[in-house]
Design a protein around this ligand. Structure first.
Ligand code: GCU
Length: 658
């Protein structure tokens, strides 16, 4: 094994020795085997204690309580004894991981460990979407190559098991193996060529309570089946999918379902045939329904051939414009997967208005922990506080609970097929996520999707303790960096919610006009007087896709929050923000501040250099040194650009390159 264990390293708390801990586990399925394995491994590492199975008297008991949620658990620990009760096998596994987490957070002797907790998952579905290609590369992957695919073959090995352990330990219960852009060999994943290894992966995942999903190519009836059409309303096409689904589930029983990117960025879809997204999704849904399959249909649909001269077409509107008219027309086993914002994973965006719009459709929130636009895992950018803000946003769509967290958990409308998905940030790098600190996003996404009431701070603390052990100073430095990292990245990135000032295609590094005259619908509209996009009623009208009072909040300059003000309004550089600063001074101040923050992160890690494993330190040092320099690049490019455009100097007279 040449990779780290991340937060499952179980650094020693205390050496106990003595008689083995007896474990009585009343569950018998495949997950129960994993429970024993985990306890054996963890107790040995944490306390140097052996573990043995017991039938009667035991120090650790894992028992069923049918009254509890299938994936929920109750944990009680006191006086050297732990009782875990759970509704089902997965709940029992989560209870065991909770016990191990609690032990590490307490950091005391096993006999002194005290506490209880009782919980059930906030979201029914807690998924990772891997954008892994069968060739072995990962779309928007920043931590090496795929560990699922290589050279058009499926990989199954020790790392598959360790991956499943890692993500199950934080509550993930669904994994999509392949990229949403299904091309080449990936189209053939649903064919006899690949069933055998896929089934092996599926069984490993299932032994950790995780369901496997696959992305499919909407044009598969043509590319695989040799038909001359993929029209969802053509009976031959529907028949082909019915037969395909039967074959797939015969070979991969327990498969969760299909994920579809259709009519988006060049991928095929129902539009080609003049059909709607519900025609497409429902045809597939009917095909997979007999096997309990689900169709997850992505809402990332927009015109990517826009003319920059056209100021009326607004990409931000497209999700709502495309899907709102279809509300209520999707089958019960269809879930619409909606990106957190209306654009595309920028460092700051408003929440997609679709969450407040759809009332009769299953919904899932899609976020991205692969840091495509947030530093590509070379910069530290801990995204959990950002996801918290998204979850806490009230959409004012019903009388009852109506935040995004309420909507995607099913609390608002009683849906049972809903939840959260993240575009994953893993690869075959030795530390899994490229940047060691990016593992906090993987850990955090799982924890947050299981329990949406957790805060970014709580999760950061847990992750730091579990990863680095009982060193209070290391923990506090890591927590400090993580919590300051998203605000810092936002500070030296595009200002005030406008987004997109990055290099085209690869999306790394500053390029203010990189997308300005392009076809992607992502403009800042800066001139010598000001910048921003007018999305009020006088502009593109996007504000009106929100419910009242959110629509008015964004529409009116007086109430629009500073951090999103350029997303919604075109403003002069001299406009005074709520903070009391002008737009131009805000740009200068935040960019100087952001670069200072990056330098501070570097210094903080230097201050604990001797407390880290040399290899961990080396990796962190290399990334933080790069970030420190690259943040200066962002600062200088953005500040100079706006100084040249506006001609207004920095009120504090700092260095801005002319
Ligand atoms: C972004 C990203 C693409 C990805 C797409 C998607 O546009 O840059 O690589 O395919 O999102 O979410 O489908």
């Amino acid at each position: 094994m040449n990779y780290t264990k991340c937060w499952l390293a179980y650094p020693r708390i205390q050496t106990m020795g003595g008689a083995p801990l007896r474990v009585r586990c009343d569950f018998t399925g495949p997950v129960a085997g994993r429970i024993m394995e985990e306890l054996r491994l963890a107790m040995r590492a944490l306390y140097d204690k052996a573990v043995e199975p017991a039938k009667g008297e035991a120090e650790i008991t894992v028992t069923r309580n049918a009254a509890l949620h299938e994936e929920g658990y109750c944990l009680h620990v006191s006086g050297g004894r732990a009782q875990i009760t759970a509704g089902g096998e997965s709940g029992a596994l989560y209870g065991v991981f909770a016990l191990l987490r609690r032990a590490q957070m307490a950091g005391c002797a096993w006999d002194e460990l005290e506490g209880e907790e009782s919980t059930a998952p906030s979201n029914p579905l807690r998924m990772l979407n891997h954008w892994d290609n069968m060739e072995g590369d990962i779309e928007r992957g920043y931590s090496g190559q795929s560990f699922f695919f290589h050279d058009n073959e499926v990989l199954v090995n020790e790392r598959t098991v360790d991956y499943a352990r890692l993500v199950a330990s934080v509550g993930i219960n669904g994994v999509v193996l392949n990229n949403v852009n299904v091309k080449g060999a990936a189209t053939w994943l649903i064919s006899p060529r690949y069933y055998a290894p896929l089934r092996q992966i599926q069984e490993i995942l299932a032994s950790y309570g995780i369901r496997m999903f696959l992305c499919i190519n909407f044009a598969a009836p043509m590319e695989l089946g040799g038909l001359d059409s993929a029209d969802p309303c053509d009976e031959r096409v529907a028949q082909w999918w019915r037969e395909k689904a039967r074959e797939v589930w015969e070979n991969l029983p327990g498969l969760g379902g299909f994920v579809v990117k259709a009519d988006s960025e060049g991928r095929p879809g129902p539009f080609t045939y003049g059909r709607t997204h519900s025609d497409g999704a429902n045809m597939l849904a009917d095909a997979v329904a007999p096997y309990g399959g689900v169709v997850i249909w992505r809402c990332f649909v927009y015109n990517c051939q826009q003319d920059w001269r056209d100021t009326k077409t607004d990409r931000a509107r497209s999700g709502y414009d495309n899907f709102m008219p279809l509300d209520g027309s999707f089958r019960d086993n269809v879930i619409l997967q909606i990106k957190n914002g209306p654009m595309d994973f920028q460092v700051r965006e408003p929440v997609s208005p679709l969450f407040g719009g759809l009332k009769h459709t299953n919904m899932m929130l899609e976020v991205q922990i692969a840091q495509e636009y947030t530093g590509q895992q070379r910069h530290v950018c801990y995204l959990i506080p950002w996801f918290r803000e998204v979850l806490d946003q009230d959409m004012y769509c019903c009388d009852g609970p109506s935040t995004v967290a309420d909507l995607v958990s099913g609390r608002s409308y009683g849906n049972t097929l809903c939840g959260m998905a993240a575009v994953a940030n893993t690869g075959d790098d030795p530390n899994w996520t490229g940047h060691d600190l990016a593992a906090a996003n993987l850990y955090g996404f799982g924890r947050l999707s299981y329990q949406t009431s957790l805060t970014g701070e709580e999760i950061a603390r847990e992750w730091a303790r579990l990863t680095f052990g009982q060193d209070a100073e290391v923990e506090s430095v890591m927590r400090e960096i993580l919590m300051a990292s998203w605000p810092a990245y936002e500070s030296y990135n595009a200002p005030l919610g406008i987004g997109w000032m990055c290099s085209p295609n690869h999306h790394y590094g500053p390029n203010v006009d990189g997308y300005e005259y392009d076809r992607w619908g992502t403009y800042h509209r800066a001139d010598c007087k000001g910048l921003g996009v007018d999305r009020t009623s006088a502009g593109t009208g996007y504000c009106q896709q929100y419910n009242s009072p959110l629509a008015e909040t964004y529409e009116n300059l007086e109430t629009c929050p500073d951090e999103l003000v350029l997303f919604f309004h075109h403003l002069p550089y001299t406009y005074v923000l709520k903070s009391g600063k002008t737009v131009i001074q805000h740009i200068y101040d935040t960019h100087f501040h952001g670069a200072e923050e990056a330098a501070r992160f570097y210094d903080l890690v230097e201050s604990i250099k001797d407390r880290l494993e040399p290899e961990t330190y080396r990796r962190l040092h290399e990334r933080l040194a790069h970030q420190k320099a690259h943040a200066c690049e962002w600062r200088d490019v953005i500040n100079t650009y706006f100084y040249r455009k506006s001609g207004i100097p920095d009120a504090q007279g700092r260095k801005i390159y002319p």
